[in-house]
Write a protein that binds this ligand. Structure first.
Ligand code: ACO
Length: 325
């Protein structure tokens, strides 16, 4: 049956210029390149100096508009996933919309779902397009995690980085089956019984500060592989696609051992699992669109490819999506 789908017509990414290598980290806390590489797969990460989240978002969004070949005036909504906004209020999405020059009155909002933020934001935008409320949506994932990192805590500071990724979604017509192009399914979840396992030490209401990221790494690790695989498989069930049809699994870039564990659990060959965390670390809500855009720019992920996105983060939140590019 004919239906509206959301097609990805543009992609963009941006990382701040300053790079901290594992050797740089070893000068700040008691750690080593060897420990970080073998435990996480991370070699270096980008961190902001004078830029804000809105600046990273702007650059990624600008590239997404350019690759889409459209102007900012064609955007009907901006949805920005982040846990590190410029200000507590207003939403950073509103600032970015103005920086880009969207038309007067364009709705813009932030979505907070930690490392699953982009899949949540994608779900919101996709549903608004499919309901016919908007035609073109800009979806951004952007983080300045360096601002909520405790740089004296070796358990966490080696893991995170700053960056942004963005996509432009546009309404197109589909047949309602798994051969359509665009977003074929999304599925999102949360479970607050893990609220304290991974969180910031502060918050507006609790402490009137932003706080720093703290986590039980082992507990997160245990949960992550199952949650990421389950979300991917459920999104594939909803979309009606089989494992053999998938060109790429694009998991949230948290840790190479988690990523490899998900690939193994889903019985996918390593070559089909997208990895870019070595030079970015974990960029939370930015991780999926950043990896997607990098791989599309270098021609690894191509138009027509079937991609399964899956993410998991603080909350816990988790979720998956199936997209034909
Ligand atoms: N350098 C050197 N040693 C370290 C470091 C470091 N940077 N960090 C911790 N250690 C030490 C610990 O103190 C511990 O020492 P001890 O045995 O004397 O107490 C030892 O290394 C081993 O620590 P473990 O916790 O057993 O190390 P593990 O193999 O579990 O790896 C890690 C830790 C990398 C954090 C892992 O648990 C992990 O990746 N968890 C997932 C967390 C994650 O990715 N969170 C991101 C947000 S959530 C998400 O995105 C899904």
């Amino acid at each position: 049956m004919k239906c509206i789908r959301s097609e990805i017509i543009g992609h963009g990414h941006y990382a701040p210029a300053k790079v901290l290598t594992n050797d740089d980290m070893a000068k700040m806390v008691e750690t080593s390149d060897e420990w970080i590489t073998t435990r996480t797969g991370i070699k270096s990460r980008h961190v902001v100096e004078n830029e804000l989240n809105s600046d990273l978002s702007y650059h990624a969004a600008k590239m997404a508009l350019e690759t889409a070949g459209i102007s900012a005036e064609e955007i009907d909504i901006v949805v920005l996933a982040t846990v590190t906004p410029d200000n507590t209020t207003p939403a950073t999405a509103i600032k970015v919309a103005t920086m880009l020059g969207t038309k007067a009155g364009t709705p813009a909002m932030d979505v907070s779902a930690a490392c699953s933020g982009f899949v949540y934001a994608l779900t919101v935008a996709d549903n608004m397009i499919r309901l016919g409320q908007v035609k073109t949506a800009l979806v951004i994932g952007s983080e300045t995690l360096s601002k909520i990192t405790d740089w004296t805590d070796r358990n966490t500071c080696v893991l995170f980085g700053d960056g942004a990724g963005a996509i432009v979604l546009r309404a197109c017509e589909g047949n309602g089956d798994s051969k359509d192009k665009g977003i074929l399914s999304t599925k999102i979840y949360s479970d607050g019984s893990h609220y304290d396992t991974l969180r910031t030490t502060g918050g507006v209401s609790a402490t009137q500060t932003a706080g720093y990221v703290t986590m039980d790494g082992k507990e997160v690790f245990k949960y992550a592989i199952n949650a990421l695989a389950q979300a991917a498989e459920e999104a594939m069930n909803i979309a009606g696609v089989q494992k053999e049809e998938i060109d790429w699994l694009l998991p949230h870039q948290a840790n190479i051992r988690i990523i490899e564990g998900v690939g193994k659990k889903m019985e996918l060959p390593d070559e089909k699992v997208v990895v870019n965390l070595a030079h970015h670390g974990n960029t939370s809500a930015a991780s999926i669109p950043l990896a997607l855009s990098e791989k599309m720019s270098e021609g690894t992920i191509k138009k027509g490819d079937l991609v399964v996105l899956t993410a998991m983060g603080a909350g816990f939140t988790w979720g998956g999506a199936v997209v034909r590019l």
